[in-house]
Design a protein around this ligand. Sequence first.
Ligand code: FAD
Length: 341
Amino acid sequence: REAEEKSAAMDKSLYKGVWVYIEQVAGHIRNVSHELLGEGRRLADTMGQELAGILIGENVESLAKEIFASGADKVYLVEGPEFNHYSTDAYTITLTHLIETYRPSVILMGATNDGRDLGPRVACRVGTGLTADCTNLGIDEETGLVAWTRPAFGGNIMATILCPDHRPQMGTVRPKVFKRPEQDFSKSGEIIRVQSKVRPEDIRTKLLGVIQSCTAACNLEEAEIIVSGGRGMCKPENFTLIEELANVLGAAVGASRAAVDAGWKPALHQVGQTGKTVGPKIYFACGISGAIQHLAGMSSSDIVIAINKDADAPIFKVADYGIVGDVMEVIPALITEFKKI
Ligand code: FAD
């Protein structure tokens, strides 16, 4: 009822501009934010509107030049010690305040842990909807609204969702579904500094410490090379071969759901529809059959190298290079050869 009343009272023509929420960790902008700036630029140009980056953090102003280089016209900057680490309360209050003050038409966020935490809360506070986990974006020709596409019903259909009645139109987008744009550091733009409205009593959680559980080996979304293993690795001990090959190549380690379900690797290594979407330069699929749900997470890789003892395995249909053979023989041979380089 509250949302309906808000919608009826809402003058949608007041909402303008495409925003990208810039996710930064320890002063580094995550790749997904650059990817969304590239896509946001395309949407903003089609809609004839401006593109802005929303930058919240402590001492992060120097990142604005990167945001302009990736295509933004403006940066809304909110700084303060309360933004030192991501905090649900501080960031929700701040992004909600920015939306209520400046009224964007569209907001794009990464479907990351932080984006998935922040997006729905903010959408609820401003009385709009949110399309989560999108894998494509477009503009609906008839309405001019953003067409958000995401898998639905266990990946059996791709649903395209419009948000006709509320503003802003909000969505989270999976990392690596869009290419990172070429940056142009000759570009600059306007920085709009906004005072933080967060009061100490608004923050209901206290950060006691940060435990780094994820090393480079599980940073799949940002990896340039990924070595993934599946059920064809046959037993958990054999996964050391995947790790060794990854180590030699400076790659991250991925796994199929079958390997994760068997307990051979933790879930944060899973690639696919219910795992991570990745887009490395090189993806090694070792003992992975190539089920549609696995391909959904890795098919935008630049080069796919498949190793499988079954010459008819579906993975070979998407592979650029295929090696028909036993992983227990092929992977050690690759390790030996790559070590020589
Ligand atoms: P298998 O399909 O069993 O394939 C093993 C392969 O290894 C075979 O091709 C075999 O020829 C080969 N092999 C065996 N021994 C050797 C050897 N010694 N040397 C070389 N090759 C060998 N799957 C995902 O991966 N990610 C997801 O996110 C995901 N989400 C899903 C969501 C839903 C709703 C559903 C229904 C399924 C999902 N799945 C997902 C599961 C998916 O359908 C497959 O079951 C899974 O990907 C199979 O994993 P696999 O390729 O490792 O195993």
